[in-house]
Design a protein around this ligand. Sequence first.
Ligand SMILES: Nc1ncnc2c1ncn2[C@@H]1O[C@H](COP(=O)(O)OP(=O)(O)O)[C@@H](O)[C@H]1O
Ligand SMILES: [Mg+2]
Length: 329
Amino acid sequence: MKDRHVGVLMGGNSPERDVSLRSGEAVAAALERRGWYVTRVYVDGDVDRVLREAEIDVAFLALHGTMGEDGCIQGLLEVLGIPYTGSGVLASALAMDKLKAKELFRLHNVPTPPYYVVDADRLDELESVHGWFGFPVFVKPRRSGSSVGAGIAHDLEQLRARCEHAARFDRCVLVERFVRGAEVAVGILDGRALGTVEIVPRGDFYDYRSKYQPGQSDYYCPARLTPTRRRCVETLAERAHAALGCRGATRVDVLVTEGDNEYVLEVNTLPGMTPTSLLPRIAASAGMSFEDLCEAILERALLDRAASTSAGPEARPVTPHDALAAVAR
Ligand SMILES: Nc1ncnc2c1ncn2[C@@H]1O[C@H](COP(=O)(O)OP(=O)(O)O)[C@@H](O)[C@H]1O
Ligand SMILES: [Mg+2]
């Protein structure tokens, strides 16, 4: 397969652009070390032209946030006929939309913190919308990542300020019950848990600073849970991944309370891929090097494409003409 031309897509215009550039560079370098022919594709403007001119055989997505992680670029790649890593259009869009993801979690009995949503233009009714929901709460934009625009509120005044801040990133704001517990991320590869990492941020929660500034969080890999508890958390994460119909590698963020309740916060369909990011840490503790992980993700994309194009002539799309011919028979 190594004769395939791999495009590593990175950049974009979401607030997570810098993280994406770091992920992309790390992935491109790792694949080159393994002998792949790699082009770094910067997704800055004119994406369709850039992709056609790059003449790649497969796209390794190292994008994060809107336009990269939410199904848009996946849709474009489908149209262009270029196989790509990670989840498809629908699963990407569902996972990026925290409200829709939570609705599906509830449908699939995947526990997630209680919540409500409020639109930016209804913030003057916040007090009545909030009603008896109680405090503290966690406020975040409906579609965002890297904790951008997120924060805790202990009273109505803070809630209003937090909602106004979150609304700068998304007109729809998600207000969740604050869950006090251990922060555990589960790495999933091809539907199976690879392992866990526990994060202990220095601050009140795992915010942008504690995510990306060295020394702002402590990490324990695997998470400091009993083996039985850890297996439960892993199974829950596998169910969350499946509930959204995800593919390839994902990272599921879970909160585990002292009473041993577990809550899924979200599924990240394009997790950070710098060597110190959470998924590569989890993979390393499972005996998989960063290069192994990048190749496993890439090969899955190539295999998926091979499977969908080798289904035989009967797998070709049905045209209106075929349908009429079938009725006539
Ligand atoms: N309901 C909650 N209770 C407590 N902490 C939360 C809650 N929701 C999010 N957090 C904190 O905020 C971080 C980011 O939230 P998350 O839903 O994972 O969104 P993002 O896409 O920004 O990572 C979490 O890792 C956690 O530290
Ligand atoms: Mg998260």
